[in-house]
Design a protein around this ligand. Structure first.
Ligand code: FEO
Length: 401
């Protein structure tokens, strides 16, 4: 039997680890799985914060019943967020505990009906409402669009524990430990960045509003819906989220190339080398055909500089590069320094589309020269690539001076 894990005297983790789903939302690779965190407050009244993806229900129920004696019921299910990785077991939980009241805000209530056809025994709450569980008093704060419009956080004012839904969460299953002091946080902070950049980052402006609310609450422990529980220094993860959602970056350059026969790669190799020679230590090169989009977006989110190089394919941008550019536009990234280059053989196309991407993406600074090569780069073409690399590196370094 799975066992609940104690967080405080009366608060437990009752989540599960999913190492079988390959793609989160059918898009984002999960090489080390993902955790779905849910929590139990075991007071005079019992309250659960969120359910779990339906495939992990047995872990959840075993952990839940490991705490509760036979016959003890669940009084409340608090629904912080309706995406089915957290709401997927609502119907089953209602079946097991028919008297249980479901708590959510106005938008949550509409979604519970739309997703699960449940309309009864629901309590609608607003910002600042208080739920009295006995010793524990919990309150609610709305954080719309972090990550869906109904997203809210639940705050246990008694023990200063924040149940923060997707905010501050990350990919990767929990490897035995569940707390930040039990885990390799270098790995988990990258996975939190990867989750932020791909899932939440588009909503950076709402995230800034959510951070202001969280800072005002001054939580002692932050319990997100994915990834580690932050009990050692909860402000650290709030600071990281603050930085990422302000589009504040680190000194470094990501180089992404799309190449069929190696000629564009030849160009971006020269660019990457010249960036390194100019003194930038963090240079990351991605093959757009082979590397998973989620890692490219995470790295691009983190660093100030980006170089995109693409061959032309059927008179247009190489399809995987077009997907990347479309994703970057959708994420509404700002304040990056960009260099572009492209190649063609019998019809131009790639560079013009990269140029359009640079113009339409708002706050990107396009560094010259943009380099376009016919078929295979000549030594003069490579000199232009090296000049582009140096100019990108200098622009990045200047930003951090
Ligand atoms: Fe973890 Fe937006 O769901």
């Amino acid at each position: 039997m799975q066992k609940a894990i104690k967080i405080t005297e009366n608060i437990y983790w009752i989540g599960g680890n999913d190492r079988e789903t390959d793609l989160f939302e059918g898009l984002w690779t999960l090489p080390q799985g993902v955790s779905y965190n849910a929590y139990l407050i075991n007071d005079d009244k019992t309250a659960i914060v969120d359910t779990i993806k339906s495939g992990n229900l047995s872990d959840y129920i075993e952990r839940l019943t490991s705490v509760l004696p036979a016959g003890r019921t669940i009084d409340y299910l608090i629904v912080n967020h309706m995406e089915p990785d957290h709401s997927g077991s609502i119907r089953m939980l209602r079946h097991l505990y028919p008297e249980m009241k479901i708590i959510g805000n106005k938008k949550t209530v509409e979604m519970i009906d739309a997703f699960y056809n449940i309309t009864e025994n629901i309590i609608e709450v607003k910002e600042g409402d208080v739920l009295d569980l006995g010793h524990h008093k919990v309150t609610f704060a709305m954080i719309p669009m972090v990550h869906w419009p109904e997203s809210m956080v639940t705050y246990d004012t008694t023990e200063k524990v924040l149940f923060s839904t997707d905010a501050f969460g990350g990919f990767s299953a929990l490897e035995g430990g569940i707390f930040d002091d039990e885990l390799d946080m270098v790995h988990y902070e990258y996975e939190i960045l990867r989750y932020f950049a791909n899932i939440v980052g588009r909503y950076s402006s709402p995230t800034q509003k959510a951070i202001a609310k969280v800072r005002a609450l001054q939580p002692r422990i932050i319990c997100p819906a994915h990834g580690p529980i932050h009990r050692t220094n909860p402000n650290h993860i709030v600071d990281l989220y603050d930085k990422w959602s302000r589009h504040d970056t680190d000194e470094g350059v990501v180089v992404v190339y799309g190449s069929m026969y190696g000629n564009t790669k030849f160009m971006t190799d020269a660019i990457a080398r010249s960036i390194s020679e100019a003194g930038i230590k963090d240079v990351f090169v991605h093959d757009v055909s082979r590397d998973n989009l989620s890692f490219m977006i995470a790295d691009i989110w983190r660093y100030k500089g980006l170089v995109l190089g693409s061959c032309t394919y059927n008179t247009e941008l190489y399809p995987p590069m077009a997907t990347l550019c479309r994703s970057l536009s959708n994420k509404m990234m700002k304040n990056r320094i960009l260099g572009i280059c492209g190649s063609y053989s019998w019809s131009k196309g790639a560079l013009a589309e990269l140029q359009l991407f640079a113009e339409q993406s708002g706050d990107w600074t396009l560094i010259q020269p943009s380099v376009e090569v016919k078929s295979c780069p000549t030594e003069e073409d490579l000199d232009q690539c090296r000049l582009l690399g140096r100019n990108v590196a200098e622009a990045v370094k200047k930003h951090f001076k």
